[in-house]
Design a protein around this ligand. Sequence first.
Ligand SMILES: Nc1ncnc2c1ncn2[C@@H]1O[C@H](COP(=O)(O)OP(=O)(O)OP(=O)(O)O)[C@@H](O)[C@H]1O
Length: 873
Amino acid sequence: MSKKQTPMMEQYLDIKSRYKDELLFFRLGDFYELFNDDALLASRELNITLTGRSTGDEERTPMCGVPFHAAESYIETLVKKGYKVAICEQLEDPKAAKGIVKRDVIKVITPGTVMTENANDARANNFLALFYMVKDSWVLVFSDVSTGEVIWHRITESDKKSDMYDALSMYRPTEIILPEGSELPREIRDFIGNQFSHVVFSPFSTYHTQREVAEQAVAHFGDLGLMEEDVWEALGYMLLYLQDVIKSPISHINYVHQLSVGNRLILDTSSLHHLEITHNLRDGGQKGTLLDVLDRTLTPMGARLLKQWLESPLTDINQIQRRQSAISELITRGGERTDLRSKLDCIYDFERIVGRVETGSVSPRDLTALRESLAVLPDLKNTLGICSSLALTSINERIQNHRELYDLLYNAIAEQPALTLKEGRVIKDGYNEELDELRSLTTDSQKWLSKMEEDIKAATGLSKIKTGYNKVFGYYFEVSHNKSEQVPDYFIRKQTLSNAERYITPELKEFEIKILSAKEKMIALEHRLYQDLREQIKAVIKDIQETARALADLDVLCSLALVGYEENYICPTLAMNGQINIRDGRHPVIEKFLKREVFVPNDVVLNHDDEEFLLITGPNMAGKSTYMRQVAILMIMAQIGSFIPAREASISPVDRIFTRVGASDDISTGQSTFMVEMKEVAYILENATSNSLIILDEIGRGTSTFDGLSIAQAVVEHICKHIHGKTLFATHYHELITLEETYSKLKNYTVAVKEKGKDVAFLRRIIRGGADRSYGIHVARLAGLPNSVLKRAEVILASLEDQSNDANDLNQRVIIPQASNVVKQVSEQATGNLFTHSVVDSLLDLDVMSMTPIEALNILYQLQEEARKGGGK
Ligand SMILES: Nc1ncnc2c1ncn2[C@@H]1O[C@H](COP(=O)(O)OP(=O)(O)OP(=O)(O)O)[C@@H](O)[C@H]1O
């Protein structure tokens, strides 16, 4: 049972009761203190000492603290770890306060709203996602508070959940906000939990009516040409949440657009992952990704935009061509490109700086960065003025000179201002007369004091008189005891020391008041001037943001032009004719990282007339996966407008790219490799269209040979009969090559090899035809398996091949068009005679062609159970 708390602790507990989810940083003098559980957690996470404080309880209250001037980095550490921090300040001067100092929370910092420079990765956006459900439809709103961008997306009931997952994968939120008291359906929660392990959930208040929030959104964003009420409501709730948390103006959040799935190439999470577009598979970093090869941007704004382009390429030919012409021009105009890039190199992240201007956390160094960025704009615009492509001229129109703002910052901010405003010396000399006077008063004070001392010496003959300052008496004159008789009448004795006396004079007191109040006034005035400056910048925030966004476009186009030029890429021609023809295409990442070998280029032809489905068989390690990924990557590059590594290419944009490449156990959800693989295949078969590009690598590998073969064949048949998507399908089931006879648009391809005795050379060239061997033992030899094992494997392989040939002779090969028959024949082969078991009957009753792989899998499980019960192994 606790005793009565101290008044301070009562105040703390009262405030804490409103911020249960947050770590409460409670300002006490020069420190932010944390108490109780907050203190236990923070001391552990920040590695700071845990102490205790007596607050009325019998036991001391656990407590830890950080100095207020160093708090930012501690807060950033906590927020990066997924915690929310509430900052509780003293709202009145403790000296003037009667009783306990008034305190309250002035802002909350969360992973999705943090805005300080070091907290955010400069080259990536930081999105917050809001989920809003009305009737059967979801509205998702994504917002990057640091850049002011807002994207909304509607998912209606008829859409698939996958749509929501794709949007989440695209924006990878660090924080998700939901209506107070509500929860996401389990399936969505699981997806989020698996994909974004550090995401935090926060409630948004639904206290205000839907109409109220919608009206507030209209007032904030103005006319967006948006009719949908529920979207306005979702935007309104997002604003309310942000206001609640940030507790300062947020008018910089004003760049609203709808996620335009219709004219975007959708790359689902697994494709982004498997193709290593922005993150590599090894450690999730950027090395070895497509982004790594293409990113030569010079500004953080450009880096973020390139990432967005790659995660969401275009499908509209006109839009793609617009970018292509700009890149083409920037490749040809090498001089202008170099010139533009040298200017871009001087530009700081002013998209995020203006966000900090709005919320009040802008530092003096931010303003010098903004000033330096604006300084290069006139020259940059001049160079850009020479360019004639549509995209570049429009970028030039969007970039303003911001001459007035530049002049203002030039005149107002010191050449090298102090790091923080508290230190003073931020406003330039000459900007404000009053400030200059106050400054000269304080800097000249020492001179004044020396002069006064000289005058007194001359008047009194006290040649050894000294001046000094202490906190109790302020300024004083010090005279040794033996000379104290000589001090004039107007000296007032204040302190006696062992060997000296200290005096003040009315004139000295007057001087002191003037100096001390000048210092105070100077700090206050500098503060006010800084705030005025902020207001003046705020007035043109929208224009600066537009300039920043145009510069980001320019930076990305310059980056793609530079890479295109240096790597010898070509401009693909585009036509909406369903055909993909690439001559001598190369994998942009592998070709860059190959050390001794030269990358072997390959062609690809895909169309709906006679080559829709490429079935690729061939040895291990021959280059099948590389080839398939290369096709997908070249399509992505082409659809962001980039040039591509090839000799010649004409491309018809695709609407989606699906990939199923390898699989690993999903331990977090307890799913086996095979289960994960089947789920991914099910997702593809459900969502792919005839305009999609489908990459399937070794389907069925995760289960027994015959199960795998059956499923692989059924999947091939389903795509050829029902989907007609452009497909690349690599497999080790060589039996499947006979499907070419049944499906006219399915074509066999293989990788050329050159055999010389036991030596095999992979030529990395994709050629027409089917392979009949895997050369697995050859790869095993290269990998260094012991000779004895290799020899034994060769003997076993030879005997298996003999058996298989016998089976062929008996016309019992497993390649047959109906997968259900495979199972029957498999059973026959397995026992040597007709296998009479209820399992076989059940199998024969199945209509495999109309089943989804997941249904097939479930039935396989059931049948296996049945077989076991019936006496199987
Ligand atoms: N066109 C190429 N030119 C040069 N090297 C290549 C080429 N394609 C692939 N390689 C090299 O060959 C290696 C194996 O390629 P890849 O993984 O694509 O083979 P695979 O046929 O898919 O093998 P497996 O069937 O064992 O999965 C790659 O690591 C790459 O370095």
